[in-house]
Design a protein around this ligand. Structure first.
Ligand SMILES: [Zn+2]
Length: 478
C-alpha cells in the first residue's frame, strides 16, 4: 500500500509521471485535487459526482469538525469530542489535549463513518490537517492576506495599506489565534476550540481519507525570519507527534482487530500500555487494519521564503518515516519566490516519494511546479471561479459576463455535459442572471473537465517528452 512508482521522467526538468497506490485505487500523477471543503464540491450533487472526470478530492478537517459532520455520523467517536466541547463550554476554557494523555483519548480506529461514502466518491481522497486555518484565521487574517488569489500580494498595489491593520509595528504581533507548543486555540462561535497534532490526526482518522496531512503552522509572507523559524521548528515537533499518534492508533487498531478475531486468547494483547514506544515502518503489514481505512500521512515542509529554513525543513521532514510530503506555508511574495522555494526544497526530498503543493493550482503555476517536481496539487480555483462566471478554455479564461450575447458553446471539443449538450454562453449567462442552479452546475462541470484534461495532457506530454511544447501552447492564453 502507498507505493509510489515513477512511470516516466522528463529529461529537461524534474517533471515526472507517477502512480501512487491508495486503498481507493491508483492515483496517476501529476494530478489535481478538487476541493470539497465540507464533503461536497459546491454546485455538484453527490449523485452526479461519480459521473464526472474527477480523480482526486480534498476535504477540510477543520470544517468537517466544526460542522459536526464527523460527530453526527460516528456515535462511537463523537463522545470524546462532545466531552471535549462540553468541558470547554462549562469551564469557559479550551480543552487542551496533553500528548501524555493520548492513551486515554484514542478512538477505536475502525469507524462507521467513511468520507468516501459521505462524499459518494470511490477514488482517492485527501484531508488537510487544519494547518491552513492556522494561517487563514490567524496571521493571514491579521495581515489581510487572503487564501489563493492574493496569497502573493504585490507590494505596490495597496498591500502596505492592508498590512497596516496589524496592531503595533511588527507583523509577528496581533495573531487572533493562540499558538503554543501544545497546539492552536481557535475562537469559534463564542467557544474556544483547541486543535493539536494529536487531535488533528484523530479527526483525520475519523474522516478516513486515503492521504492525510500532518498538523502544521502555516505562516504569513509578512512574518519575520525569527517567527518563521520558530513556527517551522514547532511544526517539526508537531510532525513527530502526528507520526506517533498515527502509528499508535494504527497499532491499537491492529491489536483490537486481532482481539476481536481471537477472543479466546487475550492474554498477550490486552495490555496496550506499551504501545507508545512502538515505531512502525510505513511498509509494515498492518494486517488487522481494514485495507480501506489505511492512511498515508504526509509531512509538511515549512520555512516561508527563507532559503536556510526551507532547506532545513526539507531535510528534517524528508528523513521522517512518512510516505509523502506536502509543501506548505508562505511561498513568498510573488511567483518567482514560489519557484525558488520549490528549487530549494525538492532536490532535498527523497525522489521515490510523492510531493504535494498545498493550495496552488493556476494553469501557469501547475506547469511551473510540475517542471520543478511537484506531483499533486489542490486548489479551489476551478470550482470557485466557475461560480463567479469564469470559464477555463484552451483559448484562455472566459468571463461570461462579457459573453452574454454570444450564441456559441463554451468550447466545441470539450467533453463536459454542458458543451456536449450545446449549452451556449448566452444561455449560461441568462441562467446566472436568474441564479438558476444549472448555471453553477454547468460552469463547474466544465471547469472540472478543463483541469482534468489539463492534467492528463501534462502527463501524456511528460511521457512523450513534449512538456515544454505543451507549456508553450497553454502559455499563449494563460
Ligand atoms: Zn465543457
Amino acid at each position: 500500500m502507498f507505493e509510489f512508482k515513477i512511470l516516466a521522467k522528463s529529461i529537461s526538468s524534474k517533471a515526472r509521471v507517477g502512480e501512487f497506490s491508495t486503498p481507493h485505487g491508483k492515483l496517476i500523477t501529476p494530478n489535481l485535487a478538487f476541493v470539497a471543503t465540507e464533503g461536497e464540491i459546491k454546485s455538484i450533487t453527490k449523485e452526479v459526482l461519480p459521473t464526472l472526470p474527477v480523480n482526486l478530492i480534498i476535504v477540510n478537517t477543520f470544517h468537517l469538525w466544526v460542522k459536526n459532520v464527523i460527530q453526527t455520523i460516528d456515535d462511537g467517536r463523537s463522545k470524546v469530542d462532545d466531552e471535549d466541547r462540553s468541558s470547554k463550554i462549562e469551564n469557559n476554557q479550551s480543552s487542551i489535549l496533553n500528548p501524555q494523555d493520548l492513551s486515554s483519548t484514542l478512538y477505536p480506529l475502525l469507524s462507521s463513518f467513511s468520507v468516501h461514502d459521505y462524499v459518494n466518491f470511490d477514488k482517492p481522497i485527501m484531508s488537510d490537517s487544519g494547518g491552513f486555518q492556522v494561517f487563514s484565521m490567524g496571521f493571514g487574517k491579521a495581515h489581510g492576506v487572503g487564501k489563493i488569489t492574493n496569497i502573493f500580494p504585490q507590494l505596490n498595489v495597496g498591500y502596505p495599506e492592508r498590512a497596516k491593520r496589524v496592531e503595533g509595528s511588527h507583523y509577528d504581533q496581533g495573531n487572533p489565534l493562540i499558538i503554543n507548543e501544545n497546539g492552536v486555540e481557535f475562537p469559534f462561535n463564542d467557544q474556544k476550540l483547541m486543535l493539536t497534532p494529536e487531535k488533528s490526526i484523530q479527526l483525520q482518522q475519523q474522516i478516513g481519507a486515503d492521504i492525510i496531512f500532518a498538523f502544521d503552522e502555516c505562516t504569513s509572507p509578512l512574518n519575520s525570519y525569527e517567527y518563521t523559524k520558530e513556527a517551522m521548528e514547532r511544526t517539526h515537533r508537531w510532525l513527530k507527534r502526528c507520526i506517533k499518534t498515527s502509528q499508535i492508533n494504527q497499532k491499537r487498531s491492529e491489536v483490537g482487530k486481532i482481539r476481536n478475531q481471537n477472543n479466546s486468547d487475550k492474554s498477550d494483547i490486552s495490555d496496550l500500555s506499551d504501545l507508545s514506544g512502538i515505531r512502525l515502518p510505513i511498509s509494515s503489514d498492518l494486517s488487522g487494519l481494514s485495507e480501506r481505512r489505511k492512511q498515508a500521512l504526509f509531512g509538511i515542509i515549512q520555512g516561508g521564503h527563507y532559503e536556510d529554513l526551507r532547506k532545513k525543513s526539507a531535510k528534517f521532514v524528508g528523513k521522517q518515516d512518512v510516505p509523502g510530503f506536502g509543501i506548505g506555508g508562505s511561498l513568498g511574495r510573488n511567483k518567482k519566490d514560489m519557484h525558488q522555494v520549490l528549487e530549494w526544497v525538492i532536490p532535498l526530498l527523497p525522489d521515490e516519494k510523492p510531493r504535494h503543493l498545498l493550495g496552488i493550482g493556476q494553469v501557469r503555476d501547475i506547469f511551473e511546479c510540475v517542471e520543478r517536481g511537484v506531483d499533486t496539487f489542490d486548489c479551489v480555483i476551478p470550482t470557485r471561479e466557475a461560480r463567479h462566471q469564469i470559464l477555463y478554455t484552451k483559448h484562455g479564461r472566459v468571463n461570461l459576463k462579457k459573453m452574454k450575447n454570444v450564441n456559441e458553446a463554451i468550447e466545441i471539443d470539450c467533453n463536459c455535459l454542458a458543451c456536449q449538450s450545446n449549452v451556449t454562453m448566452k444561455q449560461l449567462s441568462s441562467l446566472f442572471l436568474l441564479k438558476d442552479p444549472r448555471a453553477y452546475y454547468f460552469s463547474t462541470i466544465h471547469n472540472i473537465q478543463f483541469f482534468t484534461d489539463l492534467m492528463k495532457n501534462i502527463r501524456e506530454a511528460i511521457e512523450i517528452k513534449k512538456l515544454s511544447k505543451l507549456k508553450e501552447i497553454y502559455f499563449k492564453f494563460y
